[in-house]
Design a protein around this ligand. Structure first.
Ligand code: SF4
Length: 414
């Protein structure tokens, strides 16, 4: 058994600034709804946020709200409310938690930022590159509020991204422009779009560098830190404040590396996390891994906001490429090669797969991948059954026992 001890952690200073940024973001959305301007667009986490910013919308991300519902453990109370109106317990628990919270008239934004309600959408904009659930989720609100619903349908299960994938998606994004002009009351301006894409590119490059800090030994941040610190890359991408924030965060992490500051004291093992976070158990899991002197130094999930392809010279085409090149859009062989690459670069000792009950799209353990990765990389793998938000699908005791046994296995290999 690995030696277990309380492992004090040095807080990341930039987290305080991030909280202020997030507060400003939600307060500006609230103000916009009170004043009727600017208009508010709801957008799926991967975009096309750049187009919305360029048209002057304030952008709200329901998946971020879903994660907040999970992290505050409010989700488990609200999911049955959505189930009662016909949304299955087997579909995305972001969707069911969010719809349930809406039906109950509650939101974690009240305690966190003083908002009485979520900001109502003037238009709903989805991208199915991650799943179909987002379209059905937004369709609920389109019916509820009688507001326009537009979106794009990305090709899926792609081995290599081809020109026709890009042309098709870029055309779909362009076709949304007239509706978005009408709702926003602003004329589309390609130079504003180029500038937003440029800012998104800068943000994403910095976010990549932040995550790459995890390759240092010892690593200066954990997967659990990154799930929190990624918030500006999700909700403020395309805005200058996200760029400034990641410059400061990167500097802090680079200083930590220079000074040998470890996020996990006495780092003994380095793991890769494949799949969604278990939002309501982030703290417990973080403490557990710290006590086992094990750091989760890389993950597919946090990498999902790295968009290398953005290019202000070709804003529509590069958005299409960035949203299509993502891990979640790709086939099994691409995904395996991707994880292998990160595992080698980050000197990973083992991989944890989270099989999230209500998100098959982000659960890659169901068709033999852990076994193949284990053989190919000669690394142990562990599958944890759970869920992003529905804690009824997660047994803390069982997960703890399995994780401890897994770390013992890693100890024996040293
Ligand atoms: S990818 Fe998964 S978690 Fe995200 S919206 Fe779709 S079903 Fe929900």
């Amino acid at each position: 058994m690995s030696e277990q001890s309380a492992a004090p952690r040095k807080a990341i200073v930039a987290t305080g600034e991030m909280k202020r940024l997030m507060s400003d973001h939600f307060l500006s959305l609230d103000q916009a709804k009170k004043e009727g301007r600017p208009k508010v667009a709801w957008c799926t986490s991967v975009g096309p946020a750049e187009l919305l910013h360029s048209l002057g919308f304030l952008v709200y991300y329901p998946e971020n709200h879903g994660a907040l519902l999970g992290a505050t453990r409010m989700a488990t109370d609200f999911i049955p409310v959505a189930n009662a109106i016909g949304y299955s317990p087997d579909i995305c628990s972001y969707l069911t938690a969010d719809v349930g919270a809406y039906l109950k008239g509650q939101t974690p934004l009240t305690n966190a930022y003083g908002l009485a309600t979520i900001p109502k959408a003037d238009v709903l904009v989805y991208n199915t590159n991650q799943c179909r659930d987002v379209q059905d989720w937004f369709a609920f609100y389109a019916r509820e509020w009688n507001v326009p619903l537009v979106g794009v349908h990305t090709h899926r299960n792609i081995k290599s991204v081809k020109e026709h994938h890009i042309t098709d998606l870029a055309t779909q994004i362009k076709q949304m422009v007239p509706t978005l002009e009408e709702v926003s009351g602003n004329k589309f301006d390609v130079d504003r779009l180029r500038e937003t894409v440029r800012l998104s590119l800068e943000c994403t490059k910095l976010w990549r560098q932040v995550l790459e800090c995890g390759a240092a030994k010892p690593a200066p941040l954990t997967f659990f830190d990154a799930t929190i610190l990624m918030a500006p890359a999700v909700v403020l991408r395309g805005l200058p404040e996200a760029v400034e924030f990641y410059k400061r965060l990167l500097q802090e992490l680079q200083e930590r590396i220079e000074q040998g500051v470890a996020a996990v004291q006495g780092e003994r093992h380095r793991l890769y996390w494949e799949g969604m976070p278990i939002w309501g158990k982030l703290r417990n899991l973080s403490d557990l891994f710290s006590s086992l002197h094990t750091n989760i130094v890389a993950s597919t999930y946090c990498n999902s906001w790295i968009f290398d392809a953005f290019d202000p010279k070709e804003p529509f085409e590069s958005m299409a490429r960035a949203y299509t090149e993502l891990f979640i859009v790709r086939d099994e062989s691409y995904k395996e090669a991707y994880i292998r690459d990160w595992a080698r670069t980050f000197a990973i000792d083992g991989i944890i797969f989270h099989d999230a009950k209500t998100c098959p799209n982000n659960s890659n353990s169901r068709y033999g991948m852990p076994q193949r990765m284990s053989e190919g990389l000669n690394l142990p793998t562990l599958v944890i059954n759970g869920d992003l938000n529905d804690l009824r699908c997660y047994s803390e005791e069982q997960a703890k026992t399995n994780i401890e046994a897994f770390i013992e296995q890693l100890d024996e290999r040293r």
